[in-house]
Design a protein around this ligand. Structure first.
Ligand SMILES: C[S@@+](CC[C@H](N)C(=O)[O-])C[C@H]1O[C@@H](n2cnc3c(N)ncnc32)[C@H](O)[C@@H]1O
Length: 220
């Protein structure tokens, strides 16, 4: 059964002007979902088995962040099967998305996706994030289901040392507890918390948006 009508409908339900739900995007999302389904039979990429469910719980859950992040240079930390980086790269072909992942099986899958979908705006880095050198200015460092906030910042704080005032760290989470939010300390601060609504998904989603405060004095 074709997934194209459901993908088109879900993209329209996002009701955002930042995504143009054209035929290329719809077909690319379908190919991506079918690749995850195929690889999932051998490698455990995701516990969600049906492409229809992956569409909502993975792809739409990734795309819903787009109005709240800025490009053109994005790093997706601990991307796994490419979430949220691949959906972002598909919806934003003029952005450069770097996928960082330490697991070799997931890297092999990502390389296959890049080839089969012809994703020229995707760079795959097979390393632990803490070993990735800072090679360019980055606008958004994003992670989904990766770690607690303190670890996310600790592993990526090398990007705070560039004179790149524009950079934001964006953690995609369920409900983020106050205890976890308190892990963010000077010179970092939580700039915004956005509660997201993913159409057809009855679950709380939050984006924790963090910035490096150049005016603060660090205690470390
Ligand atoms: C729970 S999975 C989440 C995957 C994906 N972001 C998602 O939402 O489905 C976390 C991923 O981070 C990767 N990972 C863990 N520590 C890492 C590190 N230090 N650097 C890069 N990747 C890491 C793991 O291999 C795993 O694929």
């Amino acid at each position: 059964m074709s997934l194209l009508p459901q993908i088109t409908q879900s993209l329209h339900a996002l009701n955002t002007t930042v995504i143009a739900p054209g035929e290329l995007l719809v077909r690319s999302i379908e190919r991506y979902l079918l690749l995850i389904e195929k690889w999932n039979k051998v490698h455990n990429l995701t516990a969600i088995r049906k492409p229809q469910d992956m569409l909502i719980q993975h792809v739409m859950d990734s795309l819903v962040v787009l109005p709240h992040i800025h490009g053109p240079n994005i790093i997706d930390v601990g991307t796994g099967a490419g979430l949220p980086g691949i959906p972002i790269a598909l919806a934003k072909p003029d952005w450069h998305v770097t996928l960082v992942e330490s697991n070799q099986k997931k890297i092999a899958f990502l390389q296959q996706v890049k080839i089969e979908l012809g994703l020229q705006n995707v760079e795959i880095v097979a390393q632990r994030i803490e070993s990735v050198p800072v090679s360019r200015c980055v606008n958004t460092i994003i992670s989904r289901a990766f770690s607690e906030l303190s670890e996310f910042i600790a592993l990526t704080r090398q990007w705070a040392n560039t004179p790149n005032t524009d950079c934001r760290w964006v953690a995609m989470k369920g409900l983020c507890s106050e205890q976890e939010r308190k892990q963010i300390r000077v010179p970092f601060l939580i700039e915004n918390i956005v509660t997201l609504n993913v159409p057809e998904l009855k679950a709380t989603r939050q984006l924790i948006i963090i910035k490096h405060d150049f005016n603060s004095v660090s205690s470390d």
